[in-house]
Structure formats: structure tokens, C-alpha cells
Ligand binder design. Structure first.
Ligand SMILES: [Zn+2]
Length: 477
């Protein structure tokens, strides 16, 4: 009798699980046809190339900044996009952040489209082409900023220019917020937030750089996936410092400053932060898992109950997947004695840390102190910020981003995710609960790897689809 009851219970559980897997399918959506009217792919590529040629390289050192290049860039925009500059109001904030307003004639909360026009330096990188030539070759625009983030800036302006030319007026105001210092300070974006706040404006939604349309990054999902960032990890810079009496290198004592520092670094390495599957990553597994083959689907359909196991699987799957599930620590700088034959009186390591959602600057520093477990290792917080709040994914704004994606990438699965880098959009979280991080470009692995590295480039076709994405988005606000 008891055995029969157990068998019946097991049978019922298997049936429930099987039903769950059977229901675990992608939502049925019919993408609307792409709207590429008035968009000229080659002309857009030519305009991007012109803007790539202006070396708007940002630096923490004001003496290294070429203010003329930034001025020339802003000026060139007015001639490349004359219709936009006639139809929209434009303000220059601070040292050169741009804030445009496209009036709708309604008082609905506005949409904010973001990009930045400063780029990271190219020094020390081995480029196969001149990074500031704006060369267009075999359907590809080459150069620093081609994707990050002049590509997005151009795609936005191509969409706006084409709609202005057609006499279109958006259903709600559209702001374009183009930062001039995203790669260093992000002051431009802060000024944009302060400006909107001072006018009592709270955006309906904000869209900035972040995820992209990628292939083959999620286990078992072969097709395209568009990952839209709902949040970004926190950023923390910490110096580890050890000190010592020093002296002549011919008579060293055991456990000098560099040795103690090395031990601290190894302890951090040996005690990684815990891997956890945050709700946002669970949402990603849910959205993408539905596109996986049956075996994987059976696993992903029960992701909620398998959080610890899935977190472990992801942490081992790849560096990128690992970064999604835990706080990461990168030791980026090491310093000891200045001379070859002098013992170090001070050794220093710089740790660049990306804080997982659910943790804070404080809890991260506590963890480091605990695992280093050495009162002689000084921890000095250089700067940092907690992870951003998580934006909503159950609202019209997120649905619209998904529809705009499918209009140009009809086969792509749309999923939320956590951005592991920092973006200007984090400042907008103060005034908006729908801040999304997504670049509407389909990028290969090697194109992604070229961000902040040598041979950054974008295909003319991806740029064209990106413009179509923004066009759809603006038309359906
Ligand atoms: Zn960027």
C-alpha cells in the first residue's frame, strides 16, 4: 500500500514536471516587418566614418584631452544631420555633453536615447588599420568608436533624421543624451540627469549602450539572442598596501612587504566571491532556456529550483558567464621597490572589482578583509559605487524594446541580463525605473572582443539594422 502511494506520488511529480517542460516554450510572437524607410545604409556608414575620424579620445588628465576634437565633433553633427538640428532643441552641458529635445506636443513622460561620443585610447594596441581613418572596406566601417559608442549615436541620429524628413512627430518627447566623458567620469550624463530633474521631468524609459545581438553564448541556444541589460554591476577600486622597514636587498628578512602582499592576492584568488543566480539572471535563463533543445529545456524549465547548481554551472561555463553570477576581482597593478637592489618599504596592488547585484561596496570590502585575514594588509578604497537598481521587465517599455528588436532581428530571442561593465545610464536610475542597456547591433565574437581593443569595427548591415531598430522604437512610443 505504502509502496503504491509512493509510486503514485512519483508518477504525479513526473507528470507535473513533464507538463512544465512542455509549456516551457518561447512566446508566440509575429514580428512586424522592418521599417527601414528613408534609411540609406551606405550614407550612414559614410557619416559614421567621418565621425570616427575625429579623435575624441577621453582621458582622466585634462592636459591630454583634445578639446578642439570634441568641439569639431559637435560641429560636424550639425552639418551631417541638418534636419535633426532644425527640428530638435539642443543644449551643450558642462564640457560638451549634448542634450536634444524632440517635442511631441504632449506632456507624457519622455523617452531618453543615450550614447556617448568619447572613445578610449589606442596606445599600445596592434591595429591592422589606422584606428582614426574611418576606412570602409568590404561592408565594414573600421576604427575606434565604430561600435562604442559612435555607432549607436549614428544609428539614433539616422533614425531621427529619416523621421524628421518624413514630417513625423513622436507620441511623447524624445530626448537624446550624448555623453562626452563616459569612458572616464560620466559627468556629462550626470548633468543631463540634473537638468531633467531641475525641470521636473521623469523619463518613461531610458535606453543606453549595453547588451547586443549575439549568437552561441548561451548553452544549447544556437540562434541569435538579444540581451537587454536591466541592471549593471557595481564598480569598486581598492588598493592593497603592505609596508616594511626596507633595507639592503642582500640581507632580506622573511615575509617582507611584497611577500605579504602576494599572500593576500592569492587568498583573494583562492576564495572567490560566492556564485549566486540573481533574479535577473534567472529571467535570462527563463527567456533563453525556452529556445534550447529538449534536454536543456528540461533543466532550464526548473531553473528556479536549481539556482545553486545553475550558478555553479554558469560560473564554470566561461569568463563572461562567471562574471554574471558573482563579484569579480581583477588585480590590475602591482608595485614594489623602485630599485632592483633595495627592499620595498611599501608594496601596492590595485584591485578592480565588479560587484554583483545583491551585494554592496561595504559587503565587498568586508569579504576582502575576511579572506585576506591579515591586519598588516591595508585596504584603501579609491572609489566605488553599489550595483544599480534593477529595471522593470514587466512593462510596456521593455515590451517595446523587444518588439523593436524583433522588427530587425525576427529570429532573435530577447532576454534580460546584467551588464557587467558600467554605463552612463546608471545615473538615470535615480529618476527612472525603466533604464535599459542595449546596442541594437548583431556582433560576432571577434567584433565584441574588439571593444576597447584593436580593430574595433562594425558592419554596414548591422549599423543599418540598428538605425531600423531606433526608427521602430520612436514610431511606436
Ligand atoms: Zn561605451
Amino acid at each position: 500500500m505504502r509502496r503504491a502511494l509512493v509510486a503514485a506520488a512519483c508518477g504525479a511529480a513526473v507528470t507535473v514536471a513533464a507538463r512544465r517542460v512542455a509549456r516551457f516554450r518561447p512566446p508566440e510572437v509575429t514580428p512586424e516587418p522592418p521599417d527601414l524607410e528613408g534609411l540609406d545604409a551606405d550614407a550612414a556608414a559614410g557619416r559614421l566614418a567621418e565621425l570616427v575620424r575625429i579623435p575624441t579620445i577621453s582621458s582622466r588628465d585634462p592636459a591630454e584631452m583634445d578639446a578642439d576634437a570634441f568641439g569639431a565633433f559637435r560641429e560636424r553633427l550639425t552639418t551631417l544631420y541638418p534636419g535633426t538640428h532644425r527640428a530638435l532643441d539642443r543644449e551643450v552641458l558642462g564640457d560638451g555633453a549634448l542634450l536634444y529635445r524632440w517635442r511631441s506636443g504632449t506632456d507624457l513622460p519622455p523617452m531618453v536615447l543615450m550614447a556617448h561620443y568619447d572613445v578610449v585610447p589606442v596606445a599600445g594596441q596592434d591595429w591592422s588599420r589606422d584606428p582614426f581613418s574611418g576606412l570602409i572596406e568590404d561592408g565594414v566601417v573600421h576604427g575606434r568608436g565604430a561600435i562604442d559608442d559612435k555607432g549607436a549615436l549614428v544609428a539614433i541620429l539616422e533614425a531621427v533624421e529619416s523621421l524628421v524628413a518624413a514630417g513625423f512627430t513622436p507620441a511623447r518627447d524624445v530626448y537624446l543624451s550624448f555623453g562626452n566623458d563616459e569612458e572616464v567620469f560620466g559627468v556629462g550624463a550626470q548633468l543631463a540627469v540634473e537638468t531633467l530633474t531641475s525641470r521636473g521631468i521623469r523619463p518613461w524609459a531610458v535606453l543606453d549602450e549595453g547588451g547586443a545581438v549575439v549568437s552561441g553564448v548561451f548553452p544549447g541556444v544556437a540562434g541569435q539572442t538579444a540581451v537587454v541589460g536591466l541592471a549593471e554591476k557595481g564598480l569598486l577600486d581598492v588598493e592593497l598596501i603592505t609596508t616594511d622597514a626596507g633595507g639592503h636587498a642582500s640581507a632580506p628578512a622573511r615575509g617582507g612587504a611584497p611577500a605579504r602582499l602576494a599572500r593576500a592576492i592569492l587568498r583573494i584568488e583562492d576564495h572567490p566571491f560566492p556564485a549566486r543566480l540573481h533574479d535577473v539572471v534567472l529571467g535570462m535563463v527563463d527567456a533563453l532556456g525556452r529556445h534550447a533543445p529538449t534536454g536543456y529545456r528540461a533543466l532550464f524549465a526548473h531553473a528556479e529550483y536549481l539556482r545553486p547548481a545553475l550558478a555553479r554551472v554558469l560560473s564554470r561555463a566561461s569568463r563572461e558567464a562567471n562574471a554574471l553570477v558573482r563579484t569579480t576581482v581583477a588585480i590590475t597593478q602591482l608595485e614594489g621597490s623602485k630599485a632592483r637592489n633595495v627592499l620595498a618599504t611599501r608594496a601596492r596592488a590595485h584591485a578592480n572589482i565588479r560587484i554583483a547585484l545583491g551585494e554592496t561596496v561595504e559587503s565587498t570590502v568586508d569579504h576582502l578583509r575576511r579572506v585576506i585575514d591579515d591586519p598588516d594588509v591595508e585596504l584603501h578604497v579609491v572609489g566605488g559605487n553599489d550595483p544599480s537598481p534593477v529595471s522593470r521587465a514587466d512593462n510596456e517599455a521593455f515590451a517595446l524594446v523587444g518588439a523593436a528588436v524583433r522588427s530587425v532581428y525576427p529570429d532573435a530571442a530577447v532576454a534580460p541580463y546584467v551588464m557587467v561593465q558600467a554605463s552612463d545610464s546608471r545615473h538615470f536610475s535615480q529618476i527612472c525605473d525603466s533604464v535599459y542597456r542595449f546596442m541594437p547591433f548583431d556582433l560576432s565574437r571577434s567584433e565584441l572582443a574588439a571593444l576597447h581593443a584593436a580593430d574595433e569595427r562594425i558592419s554596414v548591415a548591422a549599423l543599418h539594422r540598428g538605425a531600423g531598430f531606433y526608427r521602430y522604437l520612436i514610431r511606436h512610443l
